[in-house]
Design a protein around this ligand. Structure first.
Ligand SMILES: [Zn+2]
Length: 430
């Protein structure tokens, strides 16, 4: 609407000027060289206007011809940019759709058209990885590390490749470079913690994991790996303070206390731990220094006093009583454990040993043993360590599962109703 009004106004003005000019009377005479031109004033004015317009047109034409090379280059550059952008979009779509070959081809084309920049290099690398061309991806990631604005992306990609190759030394070095390129990222912190675990650098891992519920495991592992006895004791103490009911933490602390010559502290720690959460590993440590069987029985009773009705206490005293030949005590404890609801394999094996000790090689003894062993074969499995990640059942606790290598996944399982996978021999000498 505005344009229409403007055109209307301009048209009126032009008509007005033409009308005024047409009204001007008189003659104009121009002489140049041998030529002498004479015309009316309106025609002269019109001629001058036309001449100016022609000169302006010629000037623009000359300028245009002069600018042709630059314009062509600009057009070609813009054309490459447009095609390159389209190629980039195709890479993104192909990557999202998982089309390995299409993504890689488009990424290489985009790189040719747009040159090396963080965007093209990253897409070339990711497309290469998707297509299984780790060499191409590595070349692109390395090129990225040379760009100031892309160095973190480059190191990040190289770090992922090194982790996939399980090249922990290279990965650790790359993680340090990535940290320098872009400090303080959460992702990198997690990666560095994972690398510290893979390289068993538990002290570094402790600094990186923050408030992880597995800190107690890290402390224990750090204590085991630490060469300096004082620092090892400190780590073990921290583990025990972190979770005094976790038997491996108590075991680690007690071992370090004993190495430091603090036997009294070691024993009181074991007694306190037994009161909180009895465990066979604690009993083994407590009785380790008792060689005489009767002395072992007395020590077992001292420990059991801290938690007298717990099945672990009952079974510990029963075993030591059997070893010491005090079968009446063993029978009493076994019966108490059974009345407590214990239906585990070890209870019936203890019963079989008890029957053998009490009745010897008699018909009644053999029958009782057979019955106990038959019951053991169908009984609940004994408490054991179980990996919550891969269901492995290692004999002893370790910071890492020996099968899947996950950290802190071993749990002490006591309430399994699954029958033991270990076959029980029920043959009794007759
Ligand atoms: Zn596992």
């Amino acid at each position: 609407m505005r344009r229409l009004l403007l055109a209307l106004i301009v048209g009126i003005v032009v008509i007005g000027i033409v009308w005024c000019v047409a009204e001007i009377s008189g003659q104009v005479s121009v002489s140049f060289g041998a030529y002498d031109v004479q015309t009316s004033v309106p025609i002269a004015i019109l001629s001058v206007i036309i001449l100016v317009l022609v000169l302006m047109f010629l000037l623009r034409l000359l300028v245009g011809i002069w600018m042709i090379p630059g314009s062509t280059a600009r057009w070609r550059r813009n054309h490459r940019l447009r095609i390159g952008q389209k190629a980039l979009n195709r890479v993104l779509v192909a990557l999202a759709a998982g089309e390995e070959t299409g993504a890689r081809k488009s990424a290489r084309r985009a790189r040719r058209l747009l040159g090396d920049n963080p965007q093209t290099l990253l897409l070339v690398a990711e497309a290469g990885r998707l297509d299984g061309r780790e060499d191409e991806a590595e070349e692109a990631f390395r090129a990225l590390t040379k760009l100031p604005e892309g160095s973190f992306l480059g190191y990040r990609g190289l770090l992922r490749q090194a982790i996939d190759r399980r090249d922990w030394a290279e990965a650790t070095a790359l993680a340090r470079k990535a940290e320098l390129a872009h400090p303080g990222t959460t992702w990198l912190r997690q990666q560095r913690a994972e690398l510290a675990l893979q390289t068993d650098n538990w002290a570094d891992a402790l600094e990186l994991i923050g408030s992880d519920p597995r800190r107690v495991v890290y402390y224990i592992a750090a204590a085991e790996a630490e060469a300096n006895p004082k620092r090892a004791l400190d780590y073990a103490r921290l583990a025990w303070k972190e979770d005094p009911t976790f038997p491996p933490a108590t075991v680690a602390y007690v071992r370090r206390l004993r190495l430091a010559g603090q036997e009294h502290r070691a024993r009181t720690t074991l007694l306190d731990a037994w009161a909180k959460a009895p465990h066979p590993d604690l009993a083994e440590l407590f009785l380790a220094q008792e060689v005489d069987k009767l002395a072992r029985l007395q020590a077992a009773k001292r420990l059991a006093e801290r938690n007298p009705t717990h099945p672990e206490s009952r079974l510990l005293v029963a075993q030591c009583a059997l070893d010491a030949g005090v079968s009446s005590e063993a029978r009493m404890q076994i019966e108490a454990a059974r009345n407590h609801g214990v239906t585990q394999r070890r209870l019936y094996l203890l019963t079989a040993d008890l029957e053998e000790q009490e009745h010897g090689d008699t018909e009644a003894g053999r029958l009782a043993q057979r019955a106990a062993l038959r019951a053991a074969a169908a009984a609940d499995s004994d408490p054991h360590w179980l990996c919550t990640n891969c269901s492995a059942e290692p004999l002893a606790w370790q910071p890492k599962c020996p099968v899947c290598t996950h950290v802190g996944t071993l749990r002490w399982v006591t309430a399994s109703r699954v029958a033991s996978s270990v076959p029980v021999a029920i043959e009794v000498a007759s």
